[in-house]
Design a protein around this ligand. Structure first.
Ligand code: BGC
Length: 493
């Protein structure tokens, strides 16, 4: 009896090991060769012995300590060591530096789709001191890896596929954009990061976007959320969303977590209360929501929070920056004793980090901050002058590597000419100590909003000439936009 159980287990294991491609679950064998005859949403198909067969996916390259520094992992932990520094051992592959994974044989993290979860037990309380992006590995979002795998299955150009494969080795933010998504993604990814932390012995940072305020996206329509600007929904935000997030964060106390708070909301409070009735209706909820969450999350030692400040062509003008100083100082004060580490800029936007061709003048509508770098330099000064003590920034570079085709910098929806920008990296600019990181907050390939004019969340900006069409709803996969972002990547992928 014992022997037969052992044999069954061995057979099951063998079956699992041979189930190396997607087609087996659809009733087709795996191909032994690699020639692609047809591609659909399931994957790449070949023909062998007169029958369709599935071509096995190349597994996603693992993430390791060096992906957090903007370099890929070497393909093997026994790669030749070319150089060693405080971060680890470096090798060279494909003409570029790569990090040699620290553990041999074991997972070096970088979950590939669906490998979150598990039973790792949180350890001792971790405390972030200084820049939370420094000296940590960046967690890879398995949902994004799945999205990219789906995208690759629709591609046939091998150089584009190679670029898409690289996307799976970079970290980006996990958006908790509904109560349901928060329930599915918060704890599973905290667990995934914890398991990676235990296996590598390095701290693993997960970045979440808190994004469900009542009356969300008050100045536009494309990202209107599930909670409306009323007292009942405010209560739901607090009890079903913020309190639940707090519970999980308190449990997973031995790992660093960054929270990016409610993109666009406070920038709307600076510029759109008088002109947009929906923003006027939402203001009490936006302020109340921020005070509530800063008090809760801002006292957790392993959590660092960044409030969103829009982008250079939103708050960059002198009068807007001055007003912003007052609004943000008041909000931070209202969350005391909770602490805020700093601010995010350019989230889901396309403004270049540096654009020396622009200066204050008619072309920039007299904006003295026509790129993100100049915007942050000015905001740093102004926020300090407004009495905000902790002023650090995380700049979203997921889609600002290539100047888009937009005619006006206020255009924000699915811009053509998009290109992925600088890789996620801690302290990326020397001499700019207050820039904590470049990071990919908006996942390249997820839409900004639908171009379907009949949809409830259709926003006119998504119908503009330079908005790529046809576009799906905000957050849904947009293959054409993704492919263009890969092709225009700067630096190239
Ligand atoms: C959408 C969210 C989505 C996020 C990331 C936002 O524009 O409204 O639903 O999660 O983008 O793609």
């Amino acid at each position: 009896m014992k022997a037969s159980i052992a044999l069954t287990a061995a057979a099951a294991l063998a079956a699992k090991a041979s189930a190396a491609c997607f087609s087996e679950r659809l009733g087709y064998p795996c191909c032994s060769g690699k020639e692609v005859v047809y591609t659909d949403n399931d994957g790449k198909w070949g023909v062998e012995n007169g029958n369709w067969c599935g071509i096995a996916d190349t597994p996603a390259p693992a993430a390791c300590w060096s992906t957090g520094l903007g370099y890929p992992c070497c393909s093997s932990s026994s790669a030749e060591v070319w150089y060693t520094d405080d971060s680890g051992k470096w090798g060279v592959e494909n003409g570029d530096w790569c990090g040699i994974p620290k553990t041999s044989g074991g997972s070096t993290g970088g979950s590939t789709g669906g490998s979150t979860g598990g039973n790792a037990t949180p350890g001792e309380q971790y405390t972030i001191t200084g820049n939370p992006f420094k000296d940590v590995e960046f967690y890879i979002n398995p949902y994004y890896v799945d999205e990219v795998n789906g995208a690759i299955a629709q591609m046939s150009d091998s150089s584009l596929i190679a670029k898409a494969e690289k996307m799976k080795t970079y970290s980006n933010a996990i958006w908790l954009d509904t109560i349901k998504n928060m329930q599915s993604w918060l704890e599973s990814n905290l667990q995934g990061a914890l398991a990676q932390q235990e296996s590598t012995g390095s701290k693993v940072l997960t970045v979440f976007v808190v994004y469900d305020l009542p009356g969300r996206d008050c100045h536009a329509l494309a990202s209107n959320g599930e909670l409306l600007a009323n007292a009942g929904d405010m209560e739901r935000y607090k009890t079903e969303y913020i309190d639940v997030i707090e519970g999980h964060l308190k449990k997973y106390k031995s790992q660093p977590v960054v929270l990016i708070v409610e993109p666009d909301s406070l920038a709307n409070m600076v510029t759109n209360i008088e002109t947009t009735p929906a923003c006027a209706d939402s203001q009490n909820y936006y302020y109340d929501g921020h005070a509530y969450l800063i008090k809760k999350f801002g006292v957790l030692p392993h959590v660092a929070m960044y409030l969103d400040i829009g982008h250079a062509f939103w708050l960059g003008w002198d009068d807007n920056r001055e007003k912003a100083g007052k609004v943000y100082a008041k909000v931070i004060q209202s969350g005391s004793p909770g602490k805020v580490r700093g601010f995010t800029d350019n989230v889901s936007n396309y403004t270049p980090w540096e654009d020396p061709t622009l200066s204050r003048g008619p072309e920039t509508e007299w904006n003295p901050c026509p790129d993100e770098k100049r915007f942050l330099e000015a905001m740093h000064k102004d926020f300090k002058a407004a009495g905000i003590s902790s002023v650090y920034f995380v700049s979203d570079t997921s889609r600002n590597g290539h100047k888009t085709d937009r005619k006006h910098p206020g255009e924000w929806c699915n811009q053509t000419g998009v290109g992925i920008g600088a890789r996620p990296k801690a302290s990326p600019i020397s001499g700019m100590d207050y820039l904590d990181a470049f990071y990919w907050i908006k996942p390249l390939g997820e839409s900004d909003g639908t171009s379907d004019e009949t949809a409830v969340r259709f926003d006119g900006y998504c119908g503009h000439e330079t908005a790529m069409k046809p576009a799906p709803e905000a957050g849904k996969w947009f293959q054409k936009h993704f492919e263009q972002g890969l092709k225009n990547a700067n630096p190239p992928l």
